[in-house]
Design a protein around this ligand. Sequence first.
Ligand SMILES: Cc1cc2nc3c(=O)[nH]c(=O)nc-3n(C[C@H](O)[C@H](O)[C@H](O)COP(=O)(O)O)c2cc1C
Length: 237
Amino acid sequence: MTETTTLMKSHSSVRRFKEQEIPQADLTEILTAAQMASSWKNFQSYSVIVVRSQEKKAALYEFVPQEAIRQSAAFLLFVGDLNRAEKGAKIHTDSFQPQGVEGLLISSVDAALAAQNTLLAAESMGYGGVIIGLVRYKSEEVSELFKLPDYTYPVFGIALGVPNQRHDVKPRLPLSQMVFDEEYQEQSVEAIEAYDRVQAEYAGARATTTWSQRLAEQFGQAEPSSTRRNLEQKKLL
Ligand SMILES: Cc1cc2nc3c(=O)[nH]c(=O)nc-3n(C[C@H](O)[C@H](O)[C@H](O)COP(=O)(O)O)c2cc1C
């Protein structure tokens, strides 16, 4: 065990914050550390918009009513960003073709790695936070609010602040159900149901649905059309 792995294993999302600012020096330290995440070909295909003003947070909350956004000291919008790539590529060629799943995977993965670094760096300094993926479902409105240009899209945000709440660490799937020797192993129904019980026990009275019921809610229907529409508008699909 190291200080780093101990920190990583004590992670839990924080959704309620004290009315306390994050000094700019701390935020700069967090984001500078986050920026060292690996990225595809060092393209760094993401940008971060830092939102501190209460007005902007309130405007975002109108579309994405998550209390963590309103209470956060800083809300960081992670933007999948191939706009910068266009500027660089155009120096050498008139052909720029970022449309398709490769561009989306490259930029989303880069943003995700930097975001995880962000959260860990913040937690190491005593702050807490939560990733807010629900911005995706309002991507057209969010894009307009933050003036996102072509070849960019909101991947998720992170609400950051001084924790006013702590949850127990949420149990993960048994390692043996996620890490396989030499070849893939499909999951048994018994194993899924066993994890449903672990999750139910963790959630206690707060539980309304089981883990597998939430999978059914998410994947039992087609994806929201707004996400695709926004990506098409931004020339990424
Ligand atoms: C891509 C992504 C999007 C997420 N979006 C939301 C969100 O919109 N609202 C929220 O309350 N939590 C959100 N979360 C947090 C997850 O619910 C949380 O990480 C998960 O339940 C595990 O709990 P823990 O982080 O406390 O360990 C998101 C997490 C990820 C990775």
